[in-house]
Design a protein. Structure first.
Length: 148
């Protein structure tokens, strides 16, 4: 049995955990791990009031699908669902949601962590931070490793 990609999307609406978990649910999965990345109130020592994410959706969904398929390929069995939100988000709103379900917990943790790190490196979604003092700035991405 091989793992599947249940969902890999760029969305412009709030991320809800239930659809992600439902997408990866199966009778043989003893572990379902959910990760939500949320907008926090600070970045690099500056108070943040919100965030805007932008993307060329068609290109970003292609990369998201590649990441999800590579993640599924790391599993012997299970399912992967991942979404990234675009648009303006307030503090505590989820910008990314990842659900991984597997027969046992260790692979779910490993693959979930791998997915978020790959998203940070590869996904062409741009982040515009809004600071509490009224200023705003684009955030530089995570550089690819030299051997990647």
């Amino acid at each position: 049995m091989s793992a599947t990609v249940a969902m890999a999307r760029i969305i412009d609406a709030p991320i809800h955990p239930e659809p992600l978990l439902d997408a990866v649910a199966a009778d043989g999965h003893g572990a379902a791990l959910l990760f939500l990345g949320t907008v926090r109130d600070h970045a690099d020592g500056r108070p943040v009031s919100g965030m805007r994410y932008e993307a060329y959706v068609e290109m970003a969904e292609k990369v998201m699908d590649e990441i999800a398929r590579e993640a599924a390929g790391r599993l012997e069995a299970g399912a992967v669902a991942v979404v990234h939100r675009i648009g303006t988000l307030d503090l505590r709103e989820a910008s990314v949601g990842i659900a991984v379900a597997t027969p046992h917990r260790a692979p779910a943790y490993e693959v979930n962590r791998w997915i978020i790190e790959e998203i940070k490196k590869r996904l062409p979604v741009w982040k515009h931070e809004h600071y509490a003092d009224g200023d705003a700035a684009w955030v530089e991405g995570t550089p690819l490793e030299a051997d990647a």
